[in-house]
Design a protein around this ligand. Structure first.
Ligand SMILES: [Zn+2]
Length: 484
């Protein structure tokens, strides 16, 4: 299933409306559909519930720590200066070639990979994120729903659920009837002109305050509008459906930017590397090699390092590790550096069978970039894949104390315990993965497996028992809430 981009905003908006009985057990109870306002806390809980569905059930969700880390860094530069951005934000990518981005309640912002590759400068990408952030800080989705009370909320939610869970919930997915209703609902839920104007105004201010080129907003709008005129088959970039771009908006953005001093914003190295990575991961590996080969040979690039990074990544995908290794050496000659380059270099060494060098590269890199979560995952992953599970567990100790809610760390821990044949600990770690994914029954099952694993001491068993008791009562409360 893919989330049709034109419905992304609607879906988010519809889900904020009401949580009907029977849909998504994890959705919190919102009270009656007539409640005019939604508290920010409830918005956040709803956003988290929808986000869990996307993260664990949506196949187009980009589960790539380097891409996530990049978007988080770019996003936080904007949220730090955005008006009213006191809440947490989370930015994530959806693998979809269309140019789109959407905000969900609670500060979750989805970015299509097509938007990342269509943006020619980092300021252009930032301008769309800044606009989405402003929809969130101004609580436009909640306010929009305040005006939609007479609408049939349960129908909207069922529709949104069908779109979101079409694959895993076949009972909710149906064809033409849903599509027809979707069109009707969508037309009423596209952001209004007033909301667009407000998001542009505040977004531009955040863009400027974060040090990006404020002229990028108008230029990117124009680009999208041009793209929509060229498409004569009626397909419009998804973004334009939920955020209608008018000449007035473009002119406003131009006028506001014109009043600001010109400022050139050099793109970050990661912006170019992330774009190269998305391109190198796309489609047939040999085609990707051919593409980057031509780019490098003809010098058609904004960043030589990114072009060579793309070529090396594509070569690695095409199982040409030796060629990839040579390309990484040329990449290093450009004097580019960063966690993404070290991770790629290590992956290449690993593919060549040189585990030791791979581990050493990542170990050194973590000293240089101690805050990179992507690098940490790669380091622990390479240790585990090289059979050094005890070292991997040691490397996990401190990060797990720092980030106890990071499911990926618990998952790595479970894998290492499994490899070491420590069954109680393996199931115990797996249980925490499921807790963080919002699936208590699966977590309880894992703890039962941990209890009967037969390789735990008295102390370990009592810890498992206490956690089992805790999760069972949490689960009972959830079931009770759902029945209310
Ligand atoms: Zn908008």
């Amino acid at each position: 299933m893919r989330i049709p981009s034109r419905l992304a905003c609607l879906m988010a908006a519809a889900l904020v409306a009401v949580a009907p009985r029977g849909f998504g057990q994890a959705l919190p109870d919102l009270g009656s559909a007539g409640d005019a306002t939604l508290s920010p806390q409830m918005e956040r809980r709803l956003g988290e519930a929808v986000m869990r569905d996307i993260r664990f059930r949506e196949p187009t969700y980009v589960d790539d720590p380097e891409i996530s880390e990049y978007l988080a860094t770019l996003g936080s530069r904007l949220t730090q200066v955005a008006v009213g951005a006191r809440q947490d934000f989370e930015f994530f990518a959806i693998r979809d070639p269309s140019i789109n981005a959407f905000a969900m309640p609670g500060g979750f912002v989805g970015v299509h990979t097509g938007l990342i590759t269509a943006a020619e400068t980092e300021s252009e990408l930032a301008s769309v994120l800044a606009h989405e952030i402003s929809h969130v800080t101004q609580r436009h989705i909640a306010r929009m729903l305040g005006q939609q009370q007479q609408m049939q909320m349960p129908m909207m939610v069922a529709l949104a659920a069908a779109i979101l869970l079409g694959r895993s919930r076949p009972d909710l997915a149906s064809g033409a009837a849903v599509a027809a209703q979707a069109g009707a609902v969508q037309s009423q839920l596209a952001y209004s002109r007033d909301f667009e104007r407000e998001a542009d105004r505040l977004g531009l201010r955040a863009l400027e305050n974060a040090g990006f080129d404020p002229h990028a907003m108008a230029s990117f709008f124009e680009k999208m509008q041009r793209a929509s005129r060229i498409a004569d088959d009626g397909t419009m970039p998804g973004y334009l459906r939920t955020h209608p771009v008018t000449f007035e908006r473009i002119a406003d953005a131009q006028n506001r930017a014109a009043a600001l001093p010109y400022r050139q914003h050099p793109d970050s190295a990661e912006f170019q590397l992330v774009r190269a990575k998305l391109r190198a991961d796309h489609g047939d590996a040999r085609d990707a090699v051919g593409y980057f080969d031509a780019v490098v040979r003809e010098g058609r690039y904004a960043s030589e390092a990114a072009a060579r990074y793309g070529l090396a990544s594509a070569l690695l995908r095409a199982r040409r590790a030796r060629d990839a290794d040579a390309e990484v050496a040329r990449l290093r000659k450009t004097s580019a550096e960063g966690p993404m380059i070290e991770t790629l270099a290590a992956r290449v060494k690993q593919a060549l069978g040189d585990q030791e060098r791979a581990v050493a590269l990542l170990g050194d890199a973590r000293k240089h970039y101690p805050h990179s979560r992507a690098l940490l995952y790669a380091h622990v992953g390479v240790l585990h894949e090289g059979g050094r599970d005890k070292d991997a567990l040691t490397a996990l100790t401190e990060p797990m104390r720092l980030y106890p809610k990071d499911a990926a760390l618990h998952q790595l821990q479970a894998k290492c315990y499994a490899a070491l044949g420590k069954r109680l600990l393996q199931h115990q770690a797996q249980a925490e993965v499921y807790v963080l994914q919002g699936s208590l029954p699966a977590a309880i099952e894992q703890l039962q497996l941990a209890r009967s694993a037969g390789d735990g001491d008295f102390y370990q068993l009592s810890v498992v028992d206490a956690r089992l008791k805790d999760l069972r009562s949490q689960h009972a409360a959830e079931v009770r809430d759902a029945k209310r």
